[in-house]
Write a protein that binds this ligand. Structure first.
Ligand SMILES: Nc1ncnc2c1ncn2[C@@H]1O[C@H](COP(=O)(O)OP(=O)(O)OP(=O)(O)O)[C@@H](O)[C@H]1O
Ligand SMILES: [Mg+2]
Length: 248
């Protein structure tokens, strides 16, 4: 199976060379675990290898995102000029953004092979901001129950967060790109993600954790699932420094 290398060598070697093409890989972690950094690194390394990518940011203004990249010596602005990276800041204060139309337009404009979606949690929390042009799907209806009304092919109201998440992930895989989907974890519950459904729907699942013990911050990465891959199991430790994320 063809792979999209993350460019983080030690990570790629754990999953037969990278994310399987066309997959949705969920990256879950608490605030500050390095999810956004992992996303930028994935797109930057992709662009370097000649694969354009779109970064969809719901959490952060794109200026901040670029500064974060530049601090690590990654010249995102150059790749933007060359149409190898596109950062889409999705506004969260406007009426009914047709978010997936915007994503599709950018994917087509630069011929993207990769998408980073940051984050699914922010998307679900702000769900009333979006009009989501998603068709009904009998199978999804069977699993999640019939949903609310459609107008002009666009769903508006009455859809549960779980259902929206499910449909959003389906929509992202329709672009044929290899996608990193970022989301937040919640502590003290049995579900891993805020929405409680994305970990089952996604093709891959990577969990980032950080634990402060005294003066030391210990960071761990676990690949919990990667469909179609023989994966090297176990919890790996990783660090974040001037080179970005690396596993040791
Ligand atoms: N140059 C650096 N050296 C060491 N650590 C760094 C460096 N740059 C960033 N970090 C670490 O990376 C972390 C930020 O990562 P990032 O913003 O990707 O987290 P996140 O998981 O996306 O957080 P959030 O959920 O709040 O969006 C910080 O906690 C910081 O400790
Ligand atoms: Mg982040």
């Amino acid at each position: 199976m063809d792979r999209a290398e993350t460019g983080i060598k030690e990570f790629d070697s754990l999953v037969e060379g990278g994310f399987p093409r066309g997959f949705n890989v969920l990256v879950v972690g608490a605030p500050g675990t390095g999810k956004t950094l992992f996303g930028i690194q994935y797109l930057f390394n992709g662009a370097r290898a000649g694969e354009p990518g779109v970064y969809i940011s719901l959490d952060m203004e794109d200026g901040k995102l670029k500064r974060q990249a530049e601090q690590l010596g990654w010249d995102v602005a150059k790749f933007e000029k060359e149409n190898k990276i596109s950062i889409v800041k999705v506004p969260l204060n406007r009426e009914k953004t047709r978010i997936f139309d915007t994503v599709q337009a950018e994917v087509e404009r630069i011929g993207a092979k990769r998408i980073v979606f940051d984050s699914l949690a922010a998307f679900a929390i702000n769900i009333d901001q979006f009009a989501i042009p998603l068709a009904f799907d009998d199978e999804i209806d069977r699993i999640l129950g019939r949903s609310g009304p459609m107008k002009d092919g666009v769903m508006y109201e009455g859809n549960s967060e779980k259902r929206i998440t499910y449909l959003a992930l389906n929509k992202l895989s329709e672009f044929g790109t290899t996608n990193m989907i970022i989301t937040d974890t919640i502590s003290d519950t049995n579900t891993l993600t805020v929405d409680g459904v994305s970990e089952y729907v996604c093709d891959g699942l990577v969990v980032l954790k950080s634990l402060a013990i005294g003066e030391t911050l210990s960071r761990t990465l676990e690949i919990k699932k990667m469909r179609c891959s023989k994966m090297d199991g176990g919890i790996k430790s990783y660090k974040i420094d001037s080179g970005g994320i690396s596993l040791n």
